[in-house]
Design a protein around this ligand. Structure first.
Ligand code: SF4
Length: 287
């Protein structure tokens, strides 16, 4: 009998999302499920780790392994999981506050080590779960409940950060374009090494419904430009920092050894030509 093909519904759990109607996170949930179905990954071979925030509810809505960790700690937990279980596909998901602020110190180290996992940030420029405080990606001048006269902070630029952290795959997409988002997630998961996808995902409740129009009007598909070369760091940098438009697509992709590949080589060097038994190892610690 022919095998039944997986569909995105096979990856959606029975838990009903409690996001606000119109929240961009619905599209990200569907895109992750569609990407997993495209890759025909068995449910038990996928683990999704998150921190705290509206978008960090996502693992509960998926029919895969999931872990809802503490604030900002999705990446170190996902990294540990991947190193102990290299056979599974690991996703770390969260919002801009969770990943860039509370968990900001984990990002450069997972990126530079090139640990083979995919980080998806639902970047809405606000702390939505805690009712609308200024976040690391809130635009300067924007009024929030903690910046009632307008934010006086320069926001983090995620793509610029990830390029300087030596991430081997950097992409951006949006909740407004499901097909593009699915394509970016599939490419990110297929990439061997650390992959980062920033998703411009509107918080309609605390930043307004016009976020959809703003993102739509300012978006530019840079990977559809003729002769675009994602291995060229200088071009990627240009599209990451330009204030003219929101760059969508794979900005940069350059595979290199992953941490687990280097770890395996290191084990071989340490072992040398010896066939060590457990007694040999224990005797090595004896005086
Ligand atoms: Fe989405 Fe914002 Fe509502 Fe949170 S508060 S569920 S981010 S729309």
């Amino acid at each position: 009998m022919a095998e039944t093909k997986m569909t995105h519904k096979d990856y959606i759990s029975s838990l009903k999302p409690i996001w606000c109607p119109g929240c961009g996170d619905f599209a990200v949930l569907n895109a992750v499920a569609k990407a997993l179905a495209t890759m025909e990954l068995p449910n038990e071979k996928v683990a999704v780790v998150s921190g705290i925030g509206c978008s960090s509810r996502l693992p509960g809505y998926l029919n895969t392994y999931g872990f809802n960790a503490i604030h900002g700690r999705a990446l170190p937990i996902a990294a540990g999981l991947k190193l102990s279980r290299p056979d599974i596909t690991v996703l770390a998901v969260g919002g801009d506050g969770d990943i860039f602020s509370i968990g900001g110190n984990h990002l450069p180290h997972v990126a530079r080590r090139n640990i083979d996992l995919t980080c998806i940030v639902m970047d809405n420029g606000i702390y939505g779960l805690t009712k609308g405080q200024v976040s690391p990606t809130t635009p300067i001048g924007e009024k929030t409940i903690t910046t009632v006269y307008g934010s006086i902070e320069d926001p983090i630029q995620p793509l610029k950060l990830l390029l300087s952290y030596e991430a081997s795959f950097v992409a951006q997409s949006t909740s407004l374009d499901l097909n593009h988002l699915v394509a970016m997630l599939v490419a990110a998961m297929r990439h061997k090494g650390f992959s980062f996808v920033n998703v411009r995902s509107p918080c309609v409740t605390y930043r307004g419904k016009d976020q959809y129009d703003i993102i739509r009007q300012r978006s530019k598909y840079i990977d559809q430009l003729p002769d675009y070369d994602p291995t060229d760091m200088r071009t990627a940098w240009h599209h990451a920092i330009t204030p003219e438009y929101i760059s969508l697509g794979i900005l940069y992709q350059k595979p290199r050894d992953t941490y687990d590949q280097r770890q395996l080589k290191l084990r071989e060097v340490a072992r040398g030509n010896h066939d060590w038994s457990i007694n040999d190892v224990m005797n090595g610690f004896m005086l």
